[in-house]
Design a protein around this ligand. Sequence first.
Ligand SMILES: [Cu+2]
Length: 157
Amino acid sequence: MKYFLTFLFCVVQISCTAQEKFGPINGVNDESQILEIINVSSAYINPPMAGRNIASAYMSIQNLSNNKVNLISITSPVSQTIEIHNHIHDGKIMRMRKLNNLNIMAGETVELAQGGLHLMLFEANLSNHLNGIPLLLNFENLPSIEVTAILKKETIN
Ligand SMILES: [Cu+2]
């Protein structure tokens, strides 16, 4: 029993320390500070195939902080509905699965790349943003980050 209590005490101590560490990241409230915590690079968009209106977006998201960050949504003037997707192997078939959010652990870099994690932009209309598509990445308890994604290929339609 005594050992159990000691153990419990340690667990409580650790979680309190984690809470304290979480303090500064909650205090981040402007975009210059958020850019020191999260580094988004190599953002690009594949335009829809001919006759379709679903585009996909890829990028690298690096969490430079000591805390987990949580990407909860993406918004953009080019699409009303943007989803985070992953590819999963279902037997020999590759299927896409919608994720409700994307956790990026402390110090981790998550690559959104073809064949893996990606963003899907439904009913995408890129025509007014051919020089760069603005994407707003919205994180839980953090300011949003605006990213400009380049068009990887010429738009077909
Ligand atoms: Cu998808």
